[in-house]
Every structure is written in C-alpha cells, then in structure tokens.
Design a protein around this ligand. Structure first.
Ligand code: FPP
Length: 255
C-alpha cells in the first residue's frame, strides 16, 4: 500500500493517504467548459488534453500504479461528425508532444478498446507511443479508446466460446479467472480492477466504462469540469477514498 503523507490544514494534522493501485477516470465536461466561455466544443477537448498531462504526472508522483483514462467510448461515434473527427486526430498531435514527458516520468502507455476502427494515422500514433514507452517501469497509463464495457464483456465471451469450440477449454472450466483473462484489461493482471473510479462534471454514472472490472470499485463524483480538474482535486478524491471502508462483501476488511 503506497502512503503519501499530506498536511491537510494549517494545523500540524496529517493524513496518510491510501493511494489506489488502479485509478480510473471518466473525463467529462469538456463541452460544458467550452460553452461557459462561449467557445466551440473542440476548444474544451484541446484544454482537456492539458489536464490529461497534469493528472498523469501527478498520479505517477503519488504512487498510482495504473491510471485508466476514458478518452473515447463506443457511443461517442454518435457525436457530430466534426467533433468525432477532431477527437480522432487529437491523439496524433498529443502523443507526439506527450511521449517525451512519459519517458521522463517513466510512464508506460498502453491502450484498450477496438483500435481497429480508428483512422490508420491515429492507430499509428497510439502504437508509436506504446512502443516508445514500453521499456518504462513506472505507472501504466491505460487509454480507453473506442472502448465500451459491454463490448469488452461480449468480446471476452466470444473468445471463450471460440476456445470451447476448438477444445482448448471445457465450458465447465469457465470461472472468474478465465473470464478476466479474456477481458481487455487482462494484461494488467491483479491491477485490472480499478480501486477508485472518478467522474468529473457532476454526472453520477459509469457510462459503460470498465463495467465488469468496476464491480467493487469505490466511486467519486465531482462537479469540477475535466479541463479544470487539477492535482488538488485529485488529492481530494484520494482523501475521500482513504476514508472509505472497503469490505468486498465481507466484514471490515481494510486493504
Ligand atoms: C467528455 O466531455 C470528454 C470526451 C468524450 C473526450 C475526452 C477526451 C479528452 C480529454 C482528450 C484526451 C484524449 C486523448 C486520447 C488525447 P464532453 O465532451 O462529453 O463534455 P460535456 O459533457 O460537457 O459535453
């Protein structure tokens, strides 16, 4: 358990923060951030990427081991064409600028979701960033791109059915371990399930993010819009998480 001691007020009172091993964030509110400033929606996404950068570096410094960010959902394709097209191009310029920071901070990037549906240049930008950071040994930054929790469960089911059909697996052997090994988060092993899911912008739902994996996650909702979400907001979320009593269906289990 990573501990991060923080002075919480002007007194000498300190709180040992319990850092979530796997932190997942639903980055919401870019559009509203822009609208409040009479800007178009894409201006919100442009500022949203700066928050991605700041929060990645802050999370790594605090000792988070996996940071999963919901960047584009399987449902986001239904947005206006110009916004989808902007969001698809965003990773190309962003990763180019961001990779040196990832390397400097020993962060390893990976991506989950159906990447094959992304434009080829976007797929390449993602693959290049994954490749350039693959030797880093610090925090894993896991981008969800064209990801949906239900689609993840369906593709895992299809892959298990295929294994049963080819005789590699007997249907009676399918248990939690086999199922989890077929999900998009399998490479994260013990860290596949987020300990804490944060959603910005006041909405209180998971919107198809890590549906299976968040079964026992602690949830934290804040009214702060994603472009305004900063290190202090992250600390507040982690303070709230620190005070939670996670029981995983049992009695008073502190992890
Ligand atoms: C939700 O805000 C945000 C998104 C759907 C996109 C999130 C993407 C980023 C922050 C950019 C970083 C991603 C990469 C891969 C570089 P919204 O548009 O739904 O806001 P609204 O609810 O206020 O309309």
């Amino acid at each position: 358990m990573a501990l991060f001691t923080k002075k919480i007020d002007d007194t000498d009172q300190t709180l040992d923060l319990k850092i979530p091993h796997h932190l997942a964030i639903i980055m919401d509110g870019n559009g509203r951030w822009a609208k409040k400033r009479l800007l178009n929606r894409v201006a919100g996404h442009k500022v949203g990427v700066d928050a991605v950068k700041k929060i990645t570096i802050a999370a790594q410094a605090m000792g988070v081991e996996v940071l999963s960010l919901y960047a584009f959902s399987t449902e986001n394709w239904s947005r206006p064409q110009d916004e989808v097209s902007f969001l698809m191009k965003l990773p190309i310029s962003f990763f180019e600028r961001f990779v040196p920071d990832l390397i400097a901070n020993n962060v390893r990037m990976q991506a989950m979701g159906d990447l094959t549906a992304l434009p080829v240049a976007t797929q390449k930008a993602v693959a290049d960033a994954v490749q350039a950071t693959q030797k880093n040994t610090g925090m894993i930054l896991n981008f969800a791109l064209n990801y949906g929790g239900q689609a993840d469960i369906i593709q895992a089911t299809q892959s298990l059915v295929e294994q049963v059909k080819t005789g590699q697996l007997d249907a009676s052997q399918i248990d939690q371990e086999h199922f989890e090994a077929a999900l998009q988060t399998a490479s994260l092993g013990d860290l596949a399930n987020p300990d804490l899911v944060i959603r910005t912008s006041g909405e209180q739902r998971l919107s198809n993010f890590l549906t299976y994996q968040s079964a026992y996650s602690e949830l934290y909702f804040t009214d702060t819009l994603w472009p305004d979400f900063d290190q202090q907001d992250l600390q507040k979320a982690i303070e709230s998480y620190t005070k939670r009593d996670r029981r995983f269906g049992g009695l008073n289990v502190r992890k």
